[in-house]
Design a protein around this ligand. Structure first.
Ligand code: IVH
Length: 648
């Protein structure tokens, strides 16, 4: 089903549940979103310890493992055979089901005690909220791995880098971090996935299968995703062949990270008999790890590029080398401090690794191979593009080109503005944007909207038809919703998620521009760094000039309402002040927003009403003087629960 179809059905369901709350089912997908921000994650003690695995780095170590098993269990090992599975490089979780309903989920933690992340796990669409009919009805725990797919990981990191936010080192960290957010809305915005691989039942109860193969088949039937490429192997030789395929073929075709395979004794009875070593590692399973993805090569040069925020990013130019089936020519170097700390010199032999199989990184130089010709590297003093002296902000490792009209920054800014996650103007490749900048036709995003057919046709590489399509795409982007525009502007620290929160809250660009840092801090999920970034952007003359230009071009500065029209507060602007008797500020805000209203921080003529609690101060006075309606919490709740048609 397309995202649009899904969204339509989803909204219909939300509407139905609003009108008939008694009909909401406990596994309704609407329960995947909208949970409260948590103040901390609760500790959770696991039913049984979540174990780790011993490692075998080659076939010989794998055979030594089998010999140990045979010494203990003799012929039974051959009778059982093995199951081989992908070793998903994510973060382990335990999902508890009661009467087939998902009731609780926790992270692995230290193996005995993890953290409860139920509301966050609910947002992961792979996690079934209800198991299929064939699943047991008692209490049952399904264990598996939450992971972050490669393609989405790269998209997210690119967006974060563009917004000036720190990037995740690898998909595993991204998965673990996203799962442990206090705000489930943030987890929901991350495309986490799940594979199940084991099942536990309370002591004294029997598992309804005899082998790991049957267990995985059962999970599949219950609606739990199971990782592909699993293999039932009669002998270790078959496992070895499978592991070889995995490392050299299958691995490069996957859209998620694995760090090897897991080989398990297939019979669950034999697993029980073989038991656990030192309370930590099962004897009956072993991780077959890959050879590490590390290679040695020469560091030919260190160069820098200029990001759209002005950040100067050094990167390594390497003598091309193959690592894990991929030719690596460049590696990230993050910042100058890191280069100094590692004592990297141009000309060094270096060890390079592909972290999380995506971004190549330099581990360290190999000093024994130095000849004396290697040269220490210094950060340039001036911007390599515009020549402006570079600056370093206190407490930040990054160096910046402070020149807002630096062509290097402008180019990157335009590329971001037009990109898929931002204004989504198709047909403007990097090369075309570069050409428009070089020809002097475009300096900032505002200029895109005045490009004419004739101007483009004069450029190399433009024909009639393509030019038409491009102009149409540029014009069509004027009606993109506010959240895309906010992301596109490249405000420091404002990425796609913050942009969405801001757009939903303020509704129009003018409301956001009129907001103070305090008003912005009232938005759920927005902190001081973002609030200050926004205020700084709109008070900068450069920012204001660009907004004026975009306004004249006719861009739509509005966010369409996500909530169905007809909510009790549809179209209303509401201010909350003082301490409410039962509701927290966040809870009241989310209830009003769910009913279609907008909560702002300060009272003005356009405020529809003020919700006043204990110790309300100046806002209450102002509301009185402006004649704004004033209500209390009880009235607020009455109006929320009242049918939409009779709302004021
Ligand atoms: S079995 C009983 N199966 O690897 C032993 N674990 O290094 C552990 N993992 O903590 C569970 N894929 O997070 C098992 N197919 C798989 C796995 C897998 C990934 C993780 C799991 C575990 C870690 C041990």
């Amino acid at each position: 089903m397309s995202d649009a179809d899904y969204d339509k059905l989803f909204r219909e369901l939300q509407e139905l549940e609003k009108n008939f709350p008694e009909c909401q089912s406990p596994d309704s997908p609407t329960l995947r979103i909208g949970a409260e921000v948590q103040s901390q994650l609760a500790k959770h003690e696991h039913l049984r310890p979540m174990l780790s695995l011993g490692n075998a780095f080659d076939d010989e170590e794998l055979r030594a493992w089998e010999e140990r098993l045979v010494r203990i269990a003799g012929d039974d090992v051959a009778k059982s055979g093995y199951t081989a599975e992908l070793k998903i490089d994510g973060t382990a979780v335990a999902l508890t089901y009661e009467n087939q309903l998902f009731v609780m989920g926790a992270t692995r933690g230290n193996g005995s005690i993890g953290e409860e992340v139920t509301v966050n796990l609910r947002t992961v669409r792979d996690v079934p909220l209800r198991l299929h009919e064939s699943a047991p009805t008692g209490r049952i725990e399904i264990r598996g791995e939450i992971y972050f797919p490669f393609d989405r990981f790269e998209e997210m990191n690119e967006a974060r880098a563009r917004a000036g936010d720190p990037v995740f080192a690898n998909p595993r960290n991204a998965a673990a971090g996203s799962l442990r957010m206090l705000d489930p809305a943030v987890t929901a915005s991350r495309p986490l996935r799940f594979f199940g691989y084991s099942v536990a039942v309370p002591d004294g109860e029997e598992l309804p299968f005899d082998t790991q193969t049957e267990l995985l088949d059962a999970l599949d039937q219950w609606g739990v995703p199971v990782a592909p490429h699993r293999k039932r192997a009669k002998t270790l030789a078959e496992v070895e062949k499978w592991a070889d395929d995995l490392e050299h073929k299958i691995r490069s075709e996957l859209n998620f990270a694995i760090d090897g395979g897991v080989v398990k004794v297939d019979s669950l009875h034999l697993q029980e008999e073989l038991g656990v070593v030192g309370g930590r590692e099962p004897r009956w399973a072993i991780a077959r790890k890959f050879a590490p993805d590390i290679a040695e090569t020469r560091l030919l040069d260190i160069q820098v590029n200029v990001g759209r925020t002005g950040a100067i990013n050094p990167f390594a130019v390497l003598e091309p080398v193959e690592i894990g089936g991929v030719i690596v020519k460049l590696a990230t170097l993050h910042n100058e401090d890191l280069i100094v700390a590692k004592d990297l010199r141009v000309g060094d032999w270096v060890q390079v690794k592909r972290a999380g199989e995506v971004i190549p990184q330099i581990i360290a130089p190999i000093p024994e191979k130095r000849t004396g010709a290697e040269k220490p590297w210094r950060m340039p003093k001036k911007c390599p593009v515009c020549g402006t002296p570079l600056t370093r902000e206190e407490d930040e490792a990054a160096i910046y080109c402070p020149n807002i009209i630096c062509p290097g920054r402008q180019l990157e800014g335009l590329v971001h503005f037009t990109s898929r996650g931002a204004m989504d103007i198709r047909g403007l490749s990097y090369a075309r944007i570069e050409q428009l900048v070089q020809e002097g036709l475009v300096k900032d995003p505002g200029d895109l909207y005045s490009l004419t057919h004739e101007q483009l046709l004069e450029l190399e590489g433009y024909a009639d038809k393509g030019t038409d399509a491009l102009i149409t795409a540029i014009q069509a982007s004027k009606s993109q919703p506010l959240n895309r525009l906010l992301n596109a502007l490249g405000i420091r620290h404002v990425g796609a998620i913050a942009a969405q929160l801001l757009a939903q809250h303020f509704g129009t660009l003018d409301a956001l521009m009129a907001a103070s840092a305090d008003d912005i801090l009232n938005v759920r999920g927005i902190g001081a760094t973002i609030a200050n970034g926004v205020v700084a952007y709109f008070s900068d003359p450069g920012g204001q000039k660009l907004i004026d230009k975009l306004r004249r071009a006719g861009l739509d500065f509005k966010e369409p309402r996500a909530v169905a029209a007809g909510g009790a507060f549809s179209g209303k602007t509401i201010v909350i002040t003082g301490t409410l008797p039962t509701l927290s500020r966040t809870k009241a805000t989310s209830m009003i927003e769910a009913a279609g209203g907008r909560v702002t921080g300060s009272v003005s003529k356009s405020t529809d009403f003020l919700v006043a609690g204990e110790e309300a101060g100046s806002k209450l006075e102002k509301a009185k003087s402006l004649g704004v309606a004033i209500i209390d919490e009880a009235e607020l709740l009455r109006r929320i629960n009242r049918p939409a048609t009779s709302s004021t």
